[in-house]
Design a protein around this ligand. Sequence first.
Ligand SMILES: Nc1ncnc2c1ncn2[C@@H]1O[C@H](COP(=O)(O)OP(=O)(O)OP(=O)(O)O)[C@@H](O)[C@H]1O
Ligand SMILES: [Mg+2]
Length: 278
Amino acid sequence: MIEKSDDIIKMEQAKIKKSEKKQSKAYEIDSHLVLKVNNLCKTYITGKISIQALQDINLEIRKGELVAIVGPSGSGKTTLINCLGALDFPDSGQIIYNVSNNGEGHNITEMSNREQKYMRLNNIGLIFQFYNLFPVLTAYENVELPALIAKKNPTLRKKKVKDLLKIVGLGERIKHYPTQLSGGEQQRVTIARSLINDPLLLLADEPTGELDTETTIQIMKIFLHLKDSGHSILMVTHNNRIAQAADRILTLTDGKIVSEKKAGKNIDDVYNIEFGGH
Ligand SMILES: Nc1ncnc2c1ncn2[C@@H]1O[C@H](COP(=O)(O)OP(=O)(O)OP(=O)(O)O)[C@@H](O)[C@H]1O
Ligand SMILES: [Mg+2]
């Protein structure tokens, strides 16, 4: 009986996938890229004031890459993350995700609301500064929720929730509610939650903004571990030290990418040098 209902869910999922594919136009994209952004622009108009939050942004994220975005307050970092996560709408430009993993890209700005929702649920993992966990759900239930909505196979789902909580170091805390966890532990739950549906890309907006130095390093080490196991991550940060451990650092100023440099330093070295350890 259970197997039967699983089969029905699988069939329904396949139907959704088929219809989503039919609706959005396919673009050719380098198969090593998970994301390609072309000429992205966004202006906010409030009364008589107009702010060009994003001006002609072009960027590429490769598979298994951890990219940091830094820049002063108001430079457009959150606007960029929100547009990439289909939480905000750019005025022009393309945001092409390599959805089918084989060089067939789809532009989320051309998708219907339903398709964008599907993308957010299945292909984009979102992590914010203020954790955004459901207080009435345990760590386990918070991580499980997106998989329940996406109707993932229950047996695999349950195993995956436990595995992910173990990866982020919370294997023993699965029954804890958010109020029973520290800030760093809550952020680990959101990282596990962002991974539950195997997203193409993790988008993190100041994931360590609320955390002390030691916890910041721990969270960055989780991101580096995820990167080493093939995940792709775009992370906004005000912390220039942890940015040094990303593969590349993009600097935004007044809505423009004004510099791009390679980084890839060892996180322990970055902090040892900073504190005179070497
Ligand atoms: N909904 C909005 N309406 C009007 N203006 C906005 C809106 N959201 C952002 N802005 C403006 O767009 C610019 C970019 O804002 P954004 O939040 O992307 O900056 P940020 O780089 O994330 O800054 P911070 O480091 O402080 O988080 C700012 O000048 C901001 O005031
Ligand atoms: Mg911001």
